[in-house]
Design a protein around this ligand. Structure first.
Ligand SMILES: [Fe+2]
Length: 436
């Protein structure tokens, strides 16, 4: 009898221990998820990683997070395990178990999906999956409004338990807050982007002589920045600074800005003020932390390494890398743009002019990096206002050929060119000279 009791006690202790271990594991996963979901990383990736952990701890097959699209009254899968990225599941928000949960805010724990009249088998039919049991939770924001649902399918060892419900409820709360924060953040980024784009386009329209200049300078600078992987510089900051670098020209009277003849000393001094005005304007805009250097980068695009630039006569390292990229892109665009009174400078002449200023005005390392930018990309920027007319297939031939190659070809004796050089040359000329 005693031995039997001891045996029972041992069994009970091992069950308690196993339960404690499981509970401990669940708490660990919850803490880990809470920690991860609060970092501002790629939301899709984050959700997928957490779903995999949730599925593992609840011993289930797959999870999906659906969001409510209020405009269309539909639920759509922001992330779904087992479904290829980019292929979302979308269905009317009043259909199926997920629809019921989104509508009522109830938690539904269904032991056999096909026996439940609310279950919508259409998705199984589409995906070829066989749903057995399922647990579906509403995702509620801080105001208690349902913004989507968290669904977990097919627990391997029978229906979902009360403990599973509790764990998924906690996970859903954290997920809802994270998703909502992330959507709000995306919305803010989008509105800043559209504001800056519109501002930049307005500026480019006002100055008809240099139409499209800010856009092209931005594209060249970002191309340099992306090509240059080592320097401490954010391409996003360069992009914003490029779009807004000449915003200070808004402060220059039109009769000076568009004067056809030579500027007198006084007018020239006025023009030279525009980078300082750019800085003033941009410093009054509240940029998020990751864009805090935009005013400095934008306002240094006329500085020169030798200190002869304006507005502050900064030297070498005093000019931020982004400002040096803009300086190079600004001059490259000025020389390769068509004006009313002249055509584009031949590309080899353009580079010759830049080379004369190597080390004095322009950063030699950045010049080298610029020469590595593929010709296809250069043509797409040069002809940005004609981009619908570019022949993608044809330009693919220039996708691997760097800018430096065409300058070398142009400097060679035309008689000495081999067939490949001739092809590159004529294709480049076709677009550079706009014979298309
Ligand atoms: Fe400028």
């Amino acid at each position: 009898m005693k031995r039997w009791r001891r045996k029972m006690n041992q069994i009970n202790e091992s069950i308690v221990l196993k339960n404690l271990q499981e509970e401990n594991q669940r708490l660990k996963v919850l803490l880990h998820l809470a920690e991860n979901l609060q970092t501002h990383l790629d939301l899709d990736k984050l959700l997928l990683t957490t779903m995999e952990e949730v599925a593992k701890i609840l011993k289930a097959d797959r999870c999906t997070v659906f969001l409510l699209d209020e405009d269309k009254n539909e639920l759509w899968s922001i992330v779904a395990m087992g479904i290829e990225k980019g292929k979302e599941i979308r269905f009317p928000a009043d259909r199926g178990i997920a629809g019921h949960v989104a509508r009522t805010g109830e938690i539904l724990n269904i032991p056999d999906a096909y026996k439940d009249s609310r279950f919508n088998p259409d998705i199984d039919k589409k995906t070829g999956y066989k749903t057995k049991n399922m647990l579906t939770m509403p995702l509620k924001n801080r105001d208690g409004i349902t913004i989507g649902v968290y669904q977990i399918l097919n627990k391997f060892d029978g229906p979902f338990t009360r403990a599973d419900e509790e764990l998924l409820s906690a996970i859903s709360q954290i997920t809802a807050t994270t998703v909502e924060n992330s959507l709000l953040y995306e919305e803010q980024v989008e509105s800043l982007n559209s504001f800056v784009d519109t501002l930049s386009a307005t500026l480019d329209t006002r100055d008809y002589i240099t139409a499209g200049h800010s856009r092209r300078v931005t594209l060249y600078s970002v191309a340099i920045c992306k090509q240059l992987k080592a320097m401490d510089c954010s391409c996003e900051e360069v992009r914003f600074a490029g779009l807004l670098h000449d915003i200070g020209k808004l402060g220059i009277p039109e009769d000076v800005l568009f004067k056809a003849g030579k500027l007198n000393q006084e007018e020239y001094q006025l023009i030279k003020k525009h980078p300082a005005v750019t800085r003033q304007i941009l410093e009054s805009i509240h940029f998020p932390r990751n864009l805090k250097n935009v005013p400095e980068i934008a306002s240094t695009h006329h500085e020169k390494l030798n200190g002869q630039g304006y507005p502050d006569g900064l030297k070498n390292g005093e000019i931020p890398p982004g400002g040096r990229m803009l300086a190079l892109a600004d001059v490259f665009d000025a020389l390769t743009s068509r004006r009313q009174y002249r055509d584009r400078e031949p590309i080899e002449k353009v580079w010759e002019t830049i080379e004369k200023e190597a080390g004095d005005t322009f950063d030699i390392q950045l010049m080298k990096v610029f020469l590595e930018v593929p010709l296809k990309q250069i043509i797409e920027i040069l002809e940005y206002d004609q981009r619908d007319r570019l022949n993608e297939k044809e330009l693919t031939l220039l996708a691997e050929i760097p800018l430096g190659t065409i300058i070398e070809i142009k400097r060679k004796d035309p008689e000495s060119l081999d067939d490949q050089d001739k092809n590159i040359n004529s294709l480049f000329d076709k677009y550079y000279q706009r014979n298309y």
